[in-house]
Design a protein around this ligand. Sequence first.
Ligand code: NAD
Ligand code: 2HG
Length: 529
Amino acid sequence: MTAPRVLVSDKLSPTAVQVFKDRGIDVDYQPDLGKDKDALLAAIGDYDGLAIRSATKATEKLLGAASRLKVIGRAGIGVDNVDVPAATARGIIVMNTPFGNSITTAEHAIAMMFAVARQIPAADASTQAGKWEKNRFMGVEITGKTLGIIGCGNIGSIVAERAIGLRMKVVAFDPFLSDERAVQLGVDKVDLDELLRRADFITLHTPLTDNTRNIIDAAAIAKMKKGVRVINCARGGLVVEEDLAAGIKDGKVAGAGFDVFVTEPAESSPLFGLPNVVCTPHLGASTTEAQENVAVQVAEQMSDYLLDGAVTNALNMPSISAEEAVRLTPFVRLAEDLGSFAGQLTESTLRGITIEYAGEVAEMNTKALTSALLAGLLRPILTEVNMVNAPVVAQGRGIAVDEVRQSQRGIFETYIRLTVRTERQERSVAGTVFSDGKARLIQIKGISMEASFGPHMLYITNRDKPGFIGRLGTLLGAEEVNIATFNLGRAAVGEEAIALIEVDGPIDDAVLDKVMALEGVVQAKRLRF
Ligand SMILES: NC(=O)c1ccc[n+]([C@@H]2O[C@H](COP(=O)([O-])OP(=O)(O)OC[C@H]3O[C@@H](n4cnc5c(N)ncnc54)[C@H](O)[C@@H]3O)[C@@H](O)[C@H]2O)c1
Ligand SMILES: O=C(O)CC[C@@H](O)C(=O)O
C-alpha cells in the first residue's frame, strides 16, 4: 500500500510534521500555500489529508478539486475557515482539537483584563516616548472586584479558576452550566441581566451562534455598571463594536480588551484609537505550548484515520464501521435532527434526557445513534460539539442520559423518542424513517403530526382557537414568506396546538416578532436543520 499523502498548508509546529513522518505518512510541509488560493487549488488533488490552522480556506471550490481528500485536520477549535457541509457532502471528515489551546486562550483573557485595568499598553507607549505621565495612568485593582463570565465552558471555566485565584468574585451566565458545576467551580450562576448589573469586568467565552451574536449591544451596555471593562477573546460578532465604542466615548465603559473582531483581519474597527482599548490580532491561541499541543494532536488524529480508520474529534462523522453504515445512516440523521429540534428549543439548564429506541432501530448500534442525537442536541449551544465527543461533553455537564430499548409499540414499526428534562419543563419529540429513507417527525409533546425536517422552519405553539391558522397564513403571505409545508397538531379541542411550518428562506427578526404578537401564540421559534 502506498503511504497516504498529507499537505500541511499553514504554519504548524515542526513536531507535527515529525509525527506524520514517524507514522509513515508522506507529509508535505508548505506553510505559506494556504495563503495562495490558486497554487493550493492546483495542488490539492494530490493529497489524502490537509492539515491547517486558520489561513487556509477550505472552500467548496477547493474541496471540489480535492479528488482524493479524506480528512481535513484543524489544529485549533474554530472551523469557520472550512465549509463543513461541503466537506460532508464529499465524504471528507473534518476534525479539530477542542481542548489543546483552552489554557492559553484563558490566560490571554486574564492578560487582557490586567492590561485594561492598568492601561499597560498606553503607559508603555508613553514611557518609551520619553514622557513620564504618572498621573495620567491611574488604574484599578482587580482584587475583590466581580468578574462576569458569559459562557462557562472549557475556556470560561479556566478563566473562572484563575480569577478566583486572583481573589476576584466570579458570576457566570451560561444556560448549560449546571448548579453542581457552578458550585464545583466556585462561581455564582446568574442570569444575564444580573451579571451585567453586578460585574466590574465582563469576559465573553461563548461560541458565535444565533443566540450569542450581538449579545453585548447598546441595551446590554445600558444595564452595566458605570466603569465596567469588557474583554472579548472568543469570537468577533458577540459584541456590537459600534455600541461598545459609544459606551466608551460617553464614559459608561472604562476600557475594553479585544482579541477578535467582526471582520478579520481587522484593518479598522470602531474600537481602534479609543482611550483604554487594548487590541490583539486574534492571538488567543498563540503560544508555543498551545500550538505544539494542537499540532501534535491533529497529526495523531489524522494519522489514526488515514492508517487505521479510527475517528477522533470529527465534526461531521460518528464512529461507525463500514458494514453498519448503509442501514444506520438514515437513523443517524433522524437522531441528530430530533436532538437538534430539542436543543434549539431548550432555553434552561438541561437535567437529563431519555431516548427510547423502539422496533428495528433498537437492534442497531444505538451508541452511535445516541452520540448523533447528543451532538444534535448540544450543537445549538456549544462550540464544535461532534458525534464523537458529545457523550463526554454531556457527562461533563451533568446531563443524565438514559437509553431504553423496546420492541415495537403503536402504529409505527420503528421510532426514536427523545424526552428532554430541563430546569423548567419536560418536552418530548419522536420520529421515524419511512421506506423512502427520509426522516419524519411523528410526535411533539405527545401531539401526533407528520412532518419532514427542512432547512428553514417555524415552530409555533398556540391556544387552539378558530381563525388562528388563517391569521398566521395571512401574516406570512403579507411578509412574503413562502410556505413549503404546513403541519398542525393539537392535544384536544381548545387546548395547546402546534404548528410546524417549513418556509423557503430565512425568517427575519421582524417577522418572528409579528408572529409572536398574533393573538393566541405562546411560543414562536425559528428552527434550522
Ligand atoms: N481567541 C482565540 O484565539 C480563541 C482560541 C480558542 C477558542 N476561542 C473561542 O472561545 C470560545 C469558547 O471556546 P470553548 O472551547 O470554551 O467552548 P465551549 O463549547 O467549551 O464553551 C462555550 C460555552 O458557552 C456556553 N453558551 C452557549 N450559548 C450561550 C449563551 N447564549 N449564553 C451564554 N453561554 C452560552 C455553552 O454552554 C458553553 O459552556 C469559542 O468562541 C471559541 O471559538 C478563541
Ligand atoms: O489558530 C488560531 O490562531 C485560532 C485559534 C482559535 O480561534 C480557535 O478557534 O482555536
